[in-house]
Design a protein around this ligand. Sequence first.
Ligand code: FMN
Ligand code: SF4
Length: 516
Amino acid sequence: MTTTVHVSRDASALAVGAGQVARAIANEAAQRQADVRIVRNGSRGMFWLEPLVEVTTPAGRIAYGPVQAQEVPALFAAGLLAGGAHALRLGKVEDIPYFGKQERLTFARVGRADPLDLDDYRAHDGLRGLHKALDMAPASIVQTVTDSGLRGRGGAAFPAGIKWRTALDAPGAQKYIVCNADEGDSGTFSDRMLMEGDPFVLIEGMVIAGLAVGATQGYIYLRCEYPHAHEVLSVAIATAYAHRILGSDILGSGRRFDLEIRLGAGAYICGEETALLDSLEGKRGQVRAKPPLPASKGLFGRPTIINNVITLASVPVILDRGAEYYRDFGMGRSRGTLPLQLTGNIRHGGLVEKAFGLTLRELLYDYGGGSATGRPIRAVQVGGPLGAYLPESQFDTPIDYEAFAAIRAMLGHGGIVVFDDTVDMAQQARFAMEFCAIESCGKCTPCRIGSTRGVEVIDRIIAGVARAQNQTLLRDLCDTMTHGSLCAMGGLTPYPVLSALEHFPEDFRRPAPAAG
Ligand SMILES: Cc1cc2nc3c(=O)[nH]c(=O)nc-3n(C[C@H](O)[C@H](O)[C@H](O)COP(=O)(O)O)c2cc1C
Ligand code: SF4
């Protein structure tokens, strides 16, 4: 009898030796003449347990981790293939609270199914959304997405249905679907995990988007720093063409959708949708003034939907299970689930997909298990490099777009970076301003010049030079950046800077470092 063993092919698992573990399992099985099939799945998102090995037994998938290659012979000796007892045995994955308590809609298959096996994709409910969409009028697909309450997961949280409606209504023989897979925010990796762990769901979501708005060509704009995602997506796209999920006759319907990958060279600003379009057109990525919105006049001047990976990958389950099913998760105007990413100084880093509404504190302690160093958590930055630094007093804020906006913060792409009490928040404020100075596209003055001056002002505060006057100057400068910048890069950099100043003022009053 063949025993199936899962070892992740996710970059996070490969980085800690999953490739060697898979080879060691194959070697050991060959030596013992054991009939083993190794499946390279996506990660379950519990990074502290990688490399995670899962063995399929009559009692379910039994996990072991973190496994090192040299431990494989001992694991076999302990009866690994039958789920035998061993110090690394974790039991059924679903029984690990970190995983079992999640609500996985978008990531339902990640870690469970073989990412590159289309039959496995089908066996795990894949393509059901597309089949339904093929029987629907474009306007009712758009209406379903609108009714689900899905908002863009790339950062701005704009309602997906409204954007799709604009593109549907825009006249034009050629329209485009662009997937934003630039994933530039610090502490984020959900796009990467999804693309490596379930590429067909993204392809399916993009085909549905094409059917909804009348677009026949799609592009995935992928950052070049994601070689594993590139490899998996390339194979999955070729498979999708071979099985007529892509091409001129989608599942025998006579409808067309083509899809290509374009690699970005790694500029943060190329994640901003209009700079991304410039980059896709072969130009230097610079922000365009809006209007016109890309949905009316986007790539090559044509109506274009730009959505984040997670937004598009959430569409198949909405079409399959219905708008009400999806919108039943969440709170207020934040409907459905958000794949949250826990990183930085945290004991249990990884991916947690939950309905909106749980608090930051629950995430940090119930899931994250507190800081990795065991010291008190002093600050967390939520929403990437443009997100605010939140102090302990704000940890009870629910994960909800409006609740975060009310405390002058943002959820962004759901990345959460944790700092313990050794952090110097004045240095973090400087880092945020310097990031803007380095990554600014240079189009508008408040951002291009303001961020450089901002670093100088913060340096003077840290050095103890006329602190009160320089703090006033810094606030003025932030005000100008907020109101005068063309895009959110310059417009939101004041969030981390001013939140550090507001919540951690003592760090801006430390004795100046000794000269020389
Ligand atoms: C400076 C900057 C960087 C951005 N980077 C990304 C990114 O890496 N990925 C992404 O999906 N959206 C990013 N965005 C948001 C996009 O401009 C856009 O709102 C998004 O792709 C729309 O898709 P959504 O509605 O599905 O979120 C960025 C925005 C700004 C201002
Ligand atoms: S705010 Fe910065 S990144 Fe945005 S358009 Fe202006 S210069 Fe470019």
